[in-house]
Design a protein around this ligand. Structure first.
Ligand code: ATP
Ligand code: MG
Length: 443
């Protein structure tokens, strides 16, 4: 079977991925814009510094003794220099430099305005009729560090956002789908025979149409099944009187007929009418079994009922050897309707007597846990046939008379009350025989 996807999971993963993707997209745009703005601000500070230093440097150089001597500007106190600068003349000789400026960092050829090397950003300006040139440099690592910090500040909330978004969607979707989940639980928990409408209050509009169609379908199915049961029950009931009348008449006729072929024919007719009578009886039982109402409000002791039914069989079939094994002084109380239980056991016992090896014992057990086992000696039935026996009118190659309805009746009762029935051939732990097991626990 194809596995169905959970809507909750799909939405959780989809929305989380969507949010994360949008966040990353926004982050890329924000970082690009901010990087450009930051470069503009750093450049403006660099140019400003160069223009401020230049007049001071010119005064310093002109007043120097002797002129043209390299002057090193000493710091007031130890500090990190973000900007370093160098003042050169036209020949490229360094006349003035900030205290830790390394001339190797600067480009040998002078350039006015902004320029960059692999490690620094420069701004160059000239003064005194282009005879003095200042270059201020700023390490690029400053800008890279600022950019890194900005990206990190924007990225780390994702680590919280992703699980939070997934969890939030999960909870919210579950909350929104609570009525749908309750609806699906109500469908799952009902047994096969329950065709009553399913409660569909507060369902979202998208699902409500499905629920209404399902309830419509259930209603039509229920009506069709009720009609079928009513038809079977009524037909069987209507057949009872004419069959009984025909049987009485044929018996009376037999008494008046001379011995011989007419007598034989009359007794064949009687056998056929008896078969017809048994069939109509079984059809009535099947209609009751399939018609529901198999549970009663009163609880009955199934063990006492079983004892009564077995006693009756022993009286009716004096030759049958029936061993009844039930826990002493124990009862098994159940809501199963007493009539339904009697019909069930009668059909199974009838089978054991009819289809079992003649003269061999029939074992009936009822455990304290509510498991009924009926075991008899019989030829092994092939597995593929065995699985079909609970269907209506299906028989194995039995010589005994019957219409193939007994196990169908038993199956309808068992599944109608939510019990379980298994059929085994050979019987469990035997090499031959037939065994029916029914578990009534919880009913
Ligand atoms: N206890 C049993 N031992 C051996 N075979 C069985 C037993 N119970 C059922 N079967 C086989 O399963 C078949 C179906 O049983 P089922 O009770 O449905 O019909 P039936 O007994 O033949 O007819 P009906 O019950 O309508 O009189 C039987 O024909 C028989 O071959
Ligand atoms: Mg039968």
């Amino acid at each position: 079977m194809k596995r169905t996807k959970s809507l909750q999971k799909t939405l959780g993963v989809g929305l989380t991925l969507g949010v994360a993707l949008l966040w990353v997209l926004a982050l890329v745009v924000a970082v690009t814009v901010l990087r450009d703005r930051m470069n503009e601000m750093f450049d403006s500070a660099l140019a400003e510094t160069a223009q401020r230093i230049m007049p001071l440097a010119v005064v310093e150089i002109i007043n120097s003794e002797p002129p043209g001597q390299l002057q090193n500007i000493m710091p007031f106190a130890a500090h990190d220099e973000y900007f370093i600068y160098l003042v050169r003349d036209n020949s490229g000789a360094v006349l003035l430099k900030s205290h830790n400026a390394d001339p190797a960092v600067f480009k040998p050829d002078f350039q006015t305005g902004f320029s960059s090397s692999a490690s620094h950003r420069f701004y160059g300006a000239s003064a005194v009729q282009d005879t003095l040139h200042i270059q201020v440099a700023e390490p690029l690592s400053q800008r890279q560090e600022a950019l890194r910090e900005m990206v990190f500040t924007l990225v780390w909330p994702l680590a919280i956002l992703i699980p939070l978004c997934f969890f939030g969607t999960w909870v919210f979707v579950r909350y929104s789908l609570r009525h749908v989940l309750a609806f699906s639980e109500a469908i799952k928990s009902r047994d096969g025979g329950d065709l009553s409408p399913i409660q569909n209050h507060n369902l979202p509009a998208e699902v409500n149409t499905i629920a209404e169609s399902l309830n419509d379908l259930l209603q039509r199915l229920r009506r069709a099944m009720e009609l079928e049961h009513a038809f079977t029950a009524n037909s069987a009931h209507e057949l009872r009187t004419p069959i009984a009348t025909a049987l009485a008449q044929i018996q009376r006729l037999q008494q008046t007929l001379p011995a011989g072929s007419s007598q034989e024919q009359a007794s064949k007719i009687e056998t056929s009418i008896r078969k017809l009578s048994r069939l109509s009886e079984k059809l009535m039982q099947l209609a009751k079994a399939e018609g529901g109402r198999l549970l009663s409000s009163e609880r009955h002791d199934l063990i006492s009922l079983l004892r009564l039914i077995v006693e009756e069989f022993r009286r009716s079939y004096a030759n049958a050897v029936i061993h009844l094994n039930v826990p002493d002084n124990e009862s098994f109380m159940s809501n199963l309707d007493a009539d339904a239980f009697a019909i069930l056991v009668q059909n199974l016992l009838d089978n054991a007597i009819k289809h079992g090896h003649e003269g061999k014992p029939i074992e009936i057990q009822f455990s304290a846990q509510g498991t009924l086992r009926i075991i008899n000696h019989a030829d092994v039935i092939p597995a593929e046939k065995l699985t079909q026996l609970h269907r209506r009118f299906v028989r194995s190659n039995s010589q005994a008379e019957g219409s193939g309805l007994g196990l169908a009746i038993a199956d309808a009762i068992v599944s109608g009350v939510g019990a379980t029935m298994t059929i085994h051939s050979p019987a469990v732990n035997r090499i031959d025989g037939f065994e029916v097991r029914i578990n009534f626990s919880g009913i």
